[in-house]
Design a protein around this ligand. Structure first.
Ligand SMILES: Cc1cc2nc3c(=O)[nH]c(=O)nc-3n(C[C@H](O)[C@H](O)[C@H](O)COP(=O)(O)OP(=O)(O)OC[C@H]3O[C@@H](n4cnc5c(N)ncnc54)[C@H](O)[C@@H]3O)c2cc1C
Length: 456
């Protein structure tokens, strides 16, 4: 176990039971190693001290936010330090420049609610926004429900303060609306999954707050018909601010979890929103018309924000509903939107062939779905089948012109597929970029690239 300097003693989580809760993230089957130390950093100086110590003693460090990663990227490593940044949570809002300068520990939803007083918004909204942190969002380039209109985290990060292994503090990017001075190192850190440095501050771009979103719920009797609905919305002049898909098994799981007013035997559902300033009502009526023409058997329009939010509650219940069903492998592939129907069909065929239950739901507007394969953890054949199905979905996504991860990241669970997507030469190039920042390989070793030469 690392013997940290005295100055960090009161930052170390000393209660063994509490410390164990920092050992895992939200990835399926994650388990904490036997020995690790948790440091809850309170400011940049703590991070500098930990990373200086880690290099001097060649100890692996796992940067960590709220541990909602589904990929194993934030799981503790044996003999290592978990460097949790949740307590670095300062917020400075500049309404004139429309930026927020925040610590990495700020919870996504908390930032959003602080901005309402300024009439401003920070759009990236992972479904985990009530608990995940801006640091974790930056490290995974998090997406979410509104990317179809607003884009992902990378589109809102203007600059960063990062502590590098060894303790050097660097700043990247800018505060201004524009800037092309040098290479885009901010972009390099966004999505780097804690493998090259620890974010201690971020400059985030803000936008004027949109109108409260109004919602359309469209019910279809088959998956094919649901996909026609997605296609019809692609033809709309005003992009929805949210376009979420639930296939039949997802709808059934949600209704089994609680009554959210969905028809449990639906072939598929689409939830669509508009938040366009001054025009949301007009937009949802246009979406409803398009969805009816595309074959929806039932279309409900919520024309006040409260009702609109109620319709969305069922979508929000998806994760707990699937969790209640039992252990599952969670996918995160992203394909061209026009090929989403092929992906969803393939998921069901793979599940059927392998004798597994599956659901497919997620961010239809981006072509990014989270198919889940359920398994009995006590049955090794089912565990193997679920793992194989997980890999088959990645290969299906590639065949459709897509990518292995839309927003959750590679982490540990998808490291084995990295080379399949990028090729050996590109992986080697990216490893050498990591080595430039982290020559001893102490930063989140094993994540993204898999275990290899980067582990101390
Ligand atoms: C129910 C549920 C719904 C979800 N929905 C979405 C969704 O809609 N969209 C989406 O994109 N993701 C989603 N996720 C995945 C997850 O919430 C995101 O990846 C999120 O960005 C992780 O944030 P976190 O604070 O929990 O980070 P953690 O899980 O603690 O860490 C995630 C990664 O960030 C790194 N990291 C954390 N803090 C720092 C830091 N200060 N400096 C450097 N690296 C750091 C870690 O090392 C790790 O690699 C969901 C997860 C759950 C459980």
């Amino acid at each position: 176990m690392p013997i940290l300097p005295d100055s960090l003693r009161d930052r170390v989580v000393s209660d063994a039971d509490v410390a164990r809760t920092y050992g895992v993230d939200a990835s399926p089957g994650a388990s904490a190693p036997d020995q690790f130390t948790v440091v809850r950093a309170r400011d940049r100086a703590d991070v500098v001290e930990v990373l200086s110590y880690a290099v001097a003693h060649q100890v692996p460090v796992v940067p960590q936010g709220a541990r909602t990663a589904t990929t194993g990227a934030a799981v503790a490593l044996e003999g290592g330090i978990v460097l949790n940044t949740e307590a670095i949570n300062h917020v400075e809002i500049d309404p004139v420049e429309r930026i927020a300068v925040v610590g990495p520990g700020v919870v996504n939803a908390d930032l959003k609610s602080q901005l309402t007083a300024y009439g401003l918004a920070y759009p990236p909204d992972p479904a985990s926004s009530a608990s995940c942190t801006i640091g974790g969002n930056i490290a995974t380039n998090a997406g979410g429900l509104c990317c179809v209109k607003y884009g992902v985290t990378a589109d809102y990060v203007r600059g960063l303060e990062v502590v590098l292994p060894g303790g050097e503090v660097i700043t990247t990017g800018r505060r201004t609306a524009k800037g092309v001075t040098g290479y885009d190192l901010t972009g390099l850190f966004v999505g780097s999954e804690g493998t090259i440095g620890v974010v201690t501050e971020a400059v985030l771009k803000l936008v004027p707050a949109p109108d409260p979103a109004l919602t359309v719920l469209a019910v279809f009797d088959s998956l094919d018909a649901t996909m026609k609905g997605v296609e019809a919305l692609r033809g709309q002049r005003h992009t929805p601010s949210l376009l979420e898909l639930l296939d039949g098994p997802s709808v059934a799981a949600i209704q089994a979890f609680g009554d959210y007013g969905f028809p449990a035997d639906a072939g598929g559902l689409l939830l669509v929103q508009s938040d366009r300033i001054g025009h949301a009502h007009e937009d949802v009526l246009a979406y409803a018309e398009a969805l009816t023409a595309a074959g929806a058997t039932d279309v409900a329009v919520a024309d006040d924000p409260k009702e609109a939010d109620l319709l969305l509650q069922g979508r929000r219940a998806l994760n707990p509903a699937l969790e209640a069903k039992g252990p599952r492998m969670i996918e995160d592939v992203c394909v061209p939107v026009g090929r989403l129907d092929e992906l969803v069909r393939a998921v069901h065929q793979i599940a059927e062939r392998r004798g597994l239950e599956a659901t497919s739901g997620g961010h239809a507007g981006d072509g990014n779905l989270h198919p889940c394969f359920f398994y009995d953890a006590q049955n090794p054949a089912q565990v193997d089948a679920a793992q194989a199905a997980f890999g088959e979905v990645v290969e299906t996504a590639w065949a459709l012109g897509g990518t292995l991860t839309g927003e959750h990241g590679v982490g540990t669970l998808k490291a084995a597929w990295l080379e399949g997507e990028l090729g050996a030469a590109e992986v080697a190039r990216q490893r050498s970029i990591k080595a430039l920042f982290d020559p001893l390989g102490i930063m989140n070793p094993g994540r993204v690239f898999g275990l290899g030469t980067d582990r101390p």
